[in-house]
Design a protein around this ligand. Structure first.
Ligand code: UTP
Length: 305
């Protein structure tokens, strides 16, 4: 299923150019694997989850990236850097395909890094990007939230932001009993399919008080006014500064915030079960290993493997 804007618009000079990717979280749901390895670098088939996310930002025209990192996350910068010794070894072996894959990673985008110091929540991570972003609309892509490359979401959000101004969040329809894992949106309809006006947001509500089953997922296009709002946001759910609370403050001030409902494939690679689904889903569709893996999987499901 492909999500495209019904009317693709040429983006203007004030369109978002920069993307911020927070990767400083502790990844506790994936311990012990994430004790020394950043969860954003866990491989989905043969690429770290984070590389898919960087490629998505670049595809959407956001070629200037800021990673918000933290202690124990240095391997992330290494992954996107040149590796001359490895490149020389591959060149010597005549392994052109792997050499090109290795070089491709370091040539993806202009990448910058800032450290969060202490993981005090997603809102706090985004706040570390204030001086890099300046007075521009920008995108935020969560470093463990994988959107299938065949299902366009970020492009649609950027188009909606260009058309309607303000900020845009991504929404996913989830079963009611799961809404307490997410930020949840109160909405009213617009004249555009799957685009809603956000009237309120609540972080991790109990299902019996949730205003909807629309969960906020890891893509945002934000007005720079978010930084002022986040500076005034006290720690919320879990003692952390929540991005949801900052966006809620924008809504309360009367700033435009819209939500785009995503109907494609999305995986929270920081969650073990979703991670496994991502690996299987992407592996079966690969041209190289897909056919063999699928035939093994068929046998496994049938109880034979
Ligand atoms: P998560 O809430 O999934 O990350 O944040 P986490 O805290 O690492 O997860 P668990 O619950 O302990 O397993 C989504 C994204 O935001 C980043 C994370 O690295 C992840 O990519 N993040 C989160 C930060 O950069 N800083 C924070 O303080 C929190």
């Amino acid at each position: 299923m492909t999500q495209g804007s019904p009317l693709p618009t040429a983006r203007s000079a004030n369109a978002a150019r920069k993307a911020v990717i927070p990767v400083a979280g502790l990844g506790t749901r994936f311990l012990p694997a994430t004790k020394a390895v950043p969860k954003e670098l866990l491989p989905v088939v043969d690429k770290p989850a984070l590389q898919y996310i960087v490629e998505e930002a670049v595809r959407a025209g956001l070629a200037e990236l800021l990673m918000v990192t933290g202690r124990g996350k240095d391997a992330i910068a290494d992954h996107f850097d040149r590796q001359p010794e490895l490149e020389a070894a591959l060149e010597k072996k005549g392994d052109a395909a792997r050499l090109s894959a290795v070089r491709h990673v370091s040539e993806l985008a202009q990448m910058h890094f800032v450290r969060q110091g202490e993981p005090q929540g997603l809102g706090h991570a985004v706040l570390q990007a204030a001086s890099y972003v300046g007075d521009e609309t920008f995108a935020v892509l969560l470093g463990d939230d994988l959107i299938d490359a065949r299902d366009r979401l970020l492009e649609r959000m950027l188009d909606v932001q260009q058309h309607r101004g303000g900020s845009v969040v991504a929404l996913l329809e989830v079963p009611l009993q799961e809404i307490s894992k997410y930020g949840c949106a109160s909405v009213t309809a617009t004249d555009e399919e799957d685009v809603w006006t956000i009237t309120d947001l609540v972080e991790k509500p109990d299902p019996d008080v949730a205003p909807s089953t629309l969960a906020v997922i890891g893509r945002y296009v934000l007005s720079p006014t978010i930084f002022g709002a986040l500076r005034e946001t006290p720690p919320g759910s879990g003692g952390e500064i929540q991005l949801t609370d900052g966006i809620r403050a924008l809504v309360a001030r009367g700033e435009a915030v819209h939500g785009v409902v995503f109907r494609g494939r999305r995986y929270d690679t920081g969650d073990r079960l979703d991670y496994l689904k991502a690996v299987v889903r992407l592996a079966v569709d690969r041209e190289d290993i897909g056919p063999e893996f699928r035939s093994w999987l068929d046998g496994f499901v049938a109880g034979g493997a």
